[in-house]
Design a protein around this ligand. Structure first.
Ligand code: PGA
Length: 241
């Protein structure tokens, strides 16, 4: 794989994985300075179309599809959590029942989003009707901007707080059934040999990407501890950090 000196690597990633992909590409790019990148970020439905049409070399998806035969390798956890404004009345409340969320205005990802599907499946599995969206947005960043002024709450990947953590205007609610445990997978169509560059990237993720993933996960664990600390602070009446 050391022989891969030049080329173009086309990576297709699902919307919520855009926080993770630059970490991986940055490191890989330093080892392979002659390789250029094309990064396509889109939702699950569109990404599966791209996969079926062989439009990218590799894909990062949230759940291997049933409808297309793929080789898929899980490589990092992707917990989905309930996010709300820091001053939301449920912030710091422990063990909020899932049905209580139905009283809240929801900001939903667009149809075709894997995050949205996973959330709907959770409500369905508990025999609850699905939350109705007060607003629908196709961007995690736009959703966070709408959560902050209390337009509503939302379910998003914990990775989407990677930059600001919970020191920003958004907090994570402690809701029964959450986090929804998902994983990121690297995938390519079954039976289609990955290009040399794609093979190099797969090997890279296997060898070093795991470490990047572990570091990222450590950051996310800190974030979870901070969240637990916030709950504790609210419960005991201490000021939240
Ligand atoms: P999405 O998918 O970015 O389309 O919501 C994420 C996922 O499938 O976990």
């Amino acid at each position: 794989m050391k022989g891969v000196k030049r080329g173009r690597f086309k990576l297709g990633v699902i919307t919520s994985a855009k926080y993770l992909a630059p970490h991986l590409l940055g490191q890989f790019g330093r080892q392979h300075p002659g390789i250029d990148f094309a990064l396509k970020v889109t939702n699950r439905e569109r990404l599966l179309e791209r996969l079926a049409n062989y439009e990218n070399d590799l894909y990062i998806i949230g759940q291997p599809p049933q409808e297309i035969e793929v080789e898929a390798y899980p490589f990092i956890p992707n917990p989905l959590v309930v996010m709300a404004s820091r001053d939301h009345p449920l912030a710091g409340v422990a063990n909020v029942p899932l049905e209580r969320l139905l009283e809240e205005p929801f900001i939903l990802r667009e149809p075709g989003s894997g995050t949205r599907d996973a959330m709907m499946r959770l409500f369905d599995s508990k025999g609850l009707k699905p939350p109705v969206g007060r607003m629908e947005l196709a961007s995690n960043e736009a959703i966070k901007l709408a959560i902050a002024p209390r337009l509503g709450i939302s379910v998003l990947s914990l990775h989407s707080l990677a930059l600001e953590s919970t020191s920003g205007p958004i907090t994570i609610l402690d809701v029964q059934g959450f986090p929804i445990e998902r994983h990121w997978y690297l995938a390519h169509p079954k039976g289609r040999k990955p290009s040399l560059v794609a093979r190099a990237f797969l090997d890279f993720v296997e060898q070093e990407g795991r470490q990047i993933a572990i570091n990222l996960d450590r950051e996310l664990a800190k974030l979870r501890r901070l969240r637990d600390f916030q709950f504790e602070a609210v419960r005991t009446g201490a000021a939240s950090p």
